[in-house]
Write a protein that binds this ligand. Structure first.
Ligand SMILES: Nc1nc2c(c(=O)[nH]1)N[C@H]1C(S)=C(S)[C@@H](COP(=O)(O)O)O[C@H]1N2
Ligand SMILES: [Mo]
Length: 312
């Protein structure tokens, strides 16, 4: 799939920022063939509101962005299959609108947000982040989203709240992979409250200047760039604030391989492979993996005094 995409969209076709306003023209010129074939419901994202003007962020990297076709065709989203090409092929059954996001638990004012109202209310920015999968590949993705903290401010966590428990939609009709037992459904993830309040933690509603495709976690997904990609849970329907550390899908299925924290750490290997290096999608040579995926300046303080080998 990747090789076929490369023939359509060369390395040089990385979209410069200036083209964001004219994304449609870019797609017609560059990726219409690939996108048209992959998304029978190609018109569906148009039902989502336009993202409008995105504020620039000082947290964005200037590294070369991974081409759009790779970002949308090389995915992990086990609700639609376990091969990298499965989500782009199969996620057409997901209906990202209408969509509600429940935020409840240890909060003063539990709320149910309609996705479109939420997108209008929140300050949308572009965040160009590195994404490091635990499988030792990485990308650079221009997300559109807002700080998770801005959502938490709307519900006011109580003094008992110490963690967030996230859940993906649970509906085997829309997510056929949930009929298989590859993970315990729904997909679940969690953060400590102080991690969630860190300015790097965002909820993304778009990438490359347009609403998220289903395979990337439409209509709303978490992005925590200093942690392995599996923490960045897709298609979220519920966020519960809790006193206790919540269970997480990958930790449930393989606790010795996937911890709760899952901070990117080149010195702590996965039991079955090294984490010292990674393959940036589109590059030939592997590169060194950076502590906290290069975001240590912003997040290292969260883990002061913790044994990161034990809390992996
Ligand atoms: N609900 C759900 N969220 C998920 C996953 C998944 O299988 N199901 N896979 C995770 C993994 S392993 C990675 S690397 C990232 C990939 O995000 P992307 O496909 O948008 O690049 O999504 C994460 N979020
Ligand atoms: Mo991953």
């Amino acid at each position: 799939m990747l090789i076929r995409n490369r023939q359509i969209l060369s390395e040089n076709d990385v979209t410069p920022e200036a083209l964001y306003v004219n994304r449609r023209a870019f797609m017609v010129a560059g990726g219409a063939l690939a996108l048209g074939a992959a998304f029978p419901a190609f018109a569906a994202p148009a039902a989502a509101p336009s993202l409008g003007t995105l504020a620039h962020s000082r947290f964005s990297t200037t590294e070369k962005e991974t081409p759009l076709t790779d970002v949308t065709h090389y995915n992990n989203f086990y609700e639609f299959g376990t091969d990298k090409e499965d989500p782009s092929r199969n996620a057409g059954t997901l209906r990202p609108r209408p969509w509600s996001l429940i935020v409840d638990g240890e909060v003063a004012t539990p709320k149910t947000f309609d996705i479109d109202a939420l997108m209008k209310a929140m300050p949308l920015e572009e965040r160009i982040y590195r994404l490091r999968c635990v499988e030792a590949w990485s990308m650079v993705i221009p997300w559109a989203g807002f700080p998770l903290k801005a959502l938490l401010d709307q519900v006011q966590p109580t003094s008992k709240a110490r963690y967030l428990a996230f859940e993906t939609l649970h509906d085997p009709k829309q997510m056929p992979g949930q009929r298989s037992a590859v993970l315990t459904w729904p997909y679940r993830e969690g953060l400590r409250l102080d991690e969630a309040m860190n300015p790097l933690a965002i909820l993304a509603v778009g990438l490359y200047g347009r609403p998220l495709e289903n395979q990337n976690g439409a209509p709303i997904r978490l992005v925590v760039p200093w942690k392995y990609g599996f923490k960045s849970i897709k298609s979220i329907t519920r966020i519960r604030l809790t006193e206790r550390q919540p269970v997480t899908a990958w930790n449930l299925s393989a606790p010795q391989e996937y911890g709760f924290y899952a901070n990117v750490n080149p010195t702590v290997d996965h039991p079955r492979w090294s984490q010292a290096k990674e393959r940036r999608i589109g590059e030939f040579f592997r590169r060194e993996t950076l502590m906290f995926n290069g975001y240590g300046e912003e997040v290292a303080g969260l883990y002061k005094g913790m044994d990161l080998r034990r809390y992996f």
